[in-house]
Design a protein. Sequence first.
Length: 257
Amino acid sequence: MEIFRLPALSDNYIFLLYDSVSQTTAVVDPAQPEPVLQQLTKLGASLTAILNTHHHADHVGGNRRLQQQFPQAVVYGGAEDNGRIPGQQVFLTEGDTVTFAQRIAQVYFVPGHTRAHIAYYFPPIEAGDWGELFCGDTLFAGGCGRLFEGTPQQMVHSLSKLRSLPDTTRIWCAHEYTLNNLKFALTVDADNIDLQQRWAQVQAARQRDEATVPSTLGLEKRTNPFLRWDQPALQAAANIADPARTFARIRGMKDQF
């Protein structure tokens, strides 16, 4: 399974999964149809599935046009997004699976950013391979999504699920927010050497107009404050010892950053 990262809108990423054997593809969170259609033309491939993580327009904006072009493409989304995702045909819940290119994705229910958000995790085929996590706006490189419809407690529970995946998991998040996320992270975890090094690397990468996605879960666990709510440095920054309240305080600080 090959993964193409397609820039869209101002800072979105669309992910196109490609099976060269069958010449078929699946797309994750198509913000716009045009980048997807252009890549499909280059590949000479057809679209068989649209995998949505949540209902926001910058994740589902291409659904209708892609369905018109590829009527066989099945639209997947969370069960609790029923009526909010254009063209949705499959309604997924925690523990469901989706198969593409002989890879089986596990579905995680991860509310917080929205009340119905899901994520798709493809475990590695063999030991030492990468797992692939498509997490929409729940987890970002260096950050996490705003809480538009969920609570801090829900988001901590959701992020805990993702944090429990192997460190060798690639994080295919849907926005290029890393530079600003790390700038904030340094305000609450300034003595973190790994974070300082990452900040320098990301600054250089963005100056070269290079993408910072995918990240890896191992790196996120060392540098992302929204996966470190149980670390003393973050609890000290929040002046709270309770993990969920620490997360809530830090998220509130980021909202005002």
